[in-house]
Design a protein around this ligand. Structure first.
Ligand code: ADP
Length: 595
């Protein structure tokens, strides 16, 4: 994206404040124009004082004072409103950026570190804020002043004006050269900044790991290494811009000296008055000041550009799925789910699921089993429209899911994640994620059914106990039961259980299983499980391999069939039987396998 395009996007983000922004910019322009009254009056006063006529300088001085007061008062008002506007709009853009990233598909988030996203959000909006402020206060007026002043200086004295034109050419040439030279470098610097943020937040997020593996030193070293890379990328850019400052300052001084020299020579030939020289020097000073502002603006924009590029890159990411214009807002669904020849590929080459067809009647439990990478999670992701299939379709209650409003669809589907995801908020707040208007009584009921009440009541502040970042202050089983209680509160007709009981000890697993039985009642449930003991009662088991269902049937049917599933079952039950005899329930299926 060119600097110009980038800057227009920055201004476009002013959104509904655009009108006020234009008013402020124009007000600033008028203020800038009012500044010219000063050199004109100054020159006049000098001419009046040095002339032999009896004209009084007082009225001119009075006008000067009036102008001065006006520009001061108006300037303060414009600055205040610009400041307020820029702060307001920064928060507005920050909120919409936040909303935007929350809507981006999970695949985007798995590929982008949260620390980086935070940094892009904070730095990007800061950069916007600075550029907006600059726009109202200086940039717009400065650029227009230069455009107006240059031709005007020709009218005042074309001989002296040539010097100003030369100065402009020097400024433009140097700035353009250095921008070209350092543009790529500054982008790299920004990359380093992002790496640094991602690395730091990664280490802080894994603090237990860092401390237990005595990695404090190593992590700090790692960060220092990144910081060193950053500095060595930043230094040359700073040197180049220091050079710009030196050259522009030197040319400015030279220009003013040249104006004086030429002015004196012209005066000796009677081609100009002393007042005109004074006027022109003041004039040149303003022009130079504006030119310097323009260069500073280009420099600012240049330094902010990579931050803004990153910001816009995230902003330009599109959510994988949208509401169709004619999408309908359904209420509570019954939970009849049908997959028809569903095919989906992440990369457009290899299918993650292929020709998938199955159906689940309301209240049935469908288990998805198979090796890692077989396509189970993808199939479920398609159900709640994390993605849409490339071919085939999925229907709920006879309606294509793509025809439903996304929010309505997801309200009807509850998920108990493999890793119970909890906010760093109170237990009650976490449960209310399931139903924001749940009463305390509702919370207690759900907690009871999810076998969670006992530990909640034991906690120091009961339902008001904070669970810590990602629920760190609770045990795995407790987190899991909270997430089940949350799903119970949501009370969806369709439920997804993603390996909900993995990584739990036998006693906790028994509790969580009891909670799960409770939450599954009367819902169409999809269970993704590696542990076959958890899906013994499933209405139907689908065995996935390479994105396809290779066997399907009840537990007993599949075991009796003697295919791939029975091999898996035999291997798992023999292992589990040896390790955890207590967890075995002596049921027909297991008996058949063990026999
Ligand atoms: P399972 O849940 O059975 O372990 P998945 O549905 O996660 O299987 O994966 C199915 C296939 O899709 C695998 O080959 C996996 O590598 C691929 N896959 C899964 N998620 C992504 C993703 N976000 N981007 C690209 N490929 C993916």
């Amino acid at each position: 994206m060119s600097l110009f395009r980038l800057y227009t996007r920055v201004l476009e983000l002013l959104g509904k404040e655009t009108r006020l922004a234009i008013i402020l910019a124009v007000a600033n322009l008028i203020l800038a124009a009012a500044q010219f009254a000063e050199p004109v009056l100054f020159g006049r006063i000098v001419d009046v004082l040095s002339s032999t006529t009896a004209q009084s300088a007082w009225p001119l001085l009075g006008a000067w004072v009036a102008f001065g007061l006006f520009t001061m008062a108006a300037g303060a008002a414009v600055a205040l409103h610009s400041d307020r506007l820029a702060h307001r709009q920064r928060q507005a853009v920050l909120s919409s950026y936040f909303e935007h990233i929350l809507q981006l598909p999970l695949t985007f988030h798995t590929g982008t570190h949260s620390g980086r996203l935070m940094k892009v959000m904070v730095n990007g909006t800061d950069a916007l804020w600075r550029l907006w402020l600059g726009f109202f206060r200086e940039h717009f007026a400065a650029i227009l002043s230069v455009i107006v002043l240059l031709p005007l200086s020709l009218v005042v004295n074309w001989r002296l004006a040539i010097l100003l034109f030369l100065l402009c050419i020097v400024f433009t040439a140097i700035t353009t050269f250095v921008v070209r030279k350092t543009y790529g470098m500054q982008s790299q610097v920004e990359e380093h900044y992002s790496d640094l943020s991602a690395r730091a937040s990664d280490a802080i997020g894994n603090i237990a790991l860092v401390q237990s593996f005595v990695r404090v030193e190593a992590e700090v070293q790692g960060l220092r290494f990144l910081a060193d890379n950053l500095l060595s990328a930043q230094m040359p850019v700073l040197s180049w811009w220091a050079l710009v400052t030196i050259i522009t300052k030197a040319s400015t001084t030279l220009t003013v000296l040249a104006i004086f020299t030429l002015g004196i020579a012209l005066h000796q030939q009677g081609l100009t008055s002393v007042g005109e020289i004074v006027m022109f020097v003041s004039f040149a000073t303003i022009l130079i000041q504006k030119l310097e502002q323009v260069v500073a603006f280009v420099n600012n924009l240049f330094m902010e550009a990579p931050k803004l590029q990153e910001f816009f890159k995230v902003l330009d990411q599109v959510p994988a799925v949208h509401d169709r214009a004619d999408a309908i807002d359904v209420g509570r669904l019954a939970g009849l789910v049908e997959f028809h020849d569903v095919t989906f590929s992440y990369d457009g080459k290899r299918s993650a699921v292929a020709d998938l067809s199955f159906s689940a009647l309301p209240g049935q439990t469908i288990a998805l089993v198979g090796p890692t990478g077989a396509g189970k999670s993808t199939a479920i992701a398609l159900l709640h429209r994390a993605f849409d299939p490339q071919s085939g379709f999925i229907k709920i209650d006879g309606m294509d899911v793509r025809g439903l409003k996304l929010a309505a669809l997801r309200r009807n589907i509850g998920v108990v994640f493999q890793e119970a995801l909890l906010f760093n908020r109170s237990i009650a707040d976490n449960l209310r994620v399931g139903r924001p208007d749940a009463t305390e009584e509702d919370l207690r009921k759900a907690a009871t059914r999810a076998q969670a009440l006992e530990f909640i009541e034991r906690a120091e502040h009961g339902f008001d106990t904070n669970v810590g970042e990602r629920g760190r202050l609770l045990s795995g089983g407790e987190r899991q039961r909270l997430s089940i209680a949350r799903a119970l509160l949501k009370d969806p007709p369709i439920l997804i259980l993603d390996e909900a009981t993995s990584a739990l000890d036998a006693v906790t697993e028994a509790k969580v299983n009891a909670a799960l039985d409770e939450v599954m009642k009367g819902r169409t449930t999809f269970v993704i499980a590696h542990r076959l003991s958890t899906i013994r009662h499933a209405t139907r088991i689908l065995l996935f391999e390479n994105g396809r269902v290779i066997e399907s049937g009840t537990f007993d049917e599949l075991v009796a069939k003697g295919g791939r599933f029975s091999e898996l079952a035999r291997a798992q039950f023999m292992l589990q039987g040896a390790q955890q005899p207590g967890t075995q329930k002596p049921e027909s299926g297991a008996a058949a396998v063990q026999a």
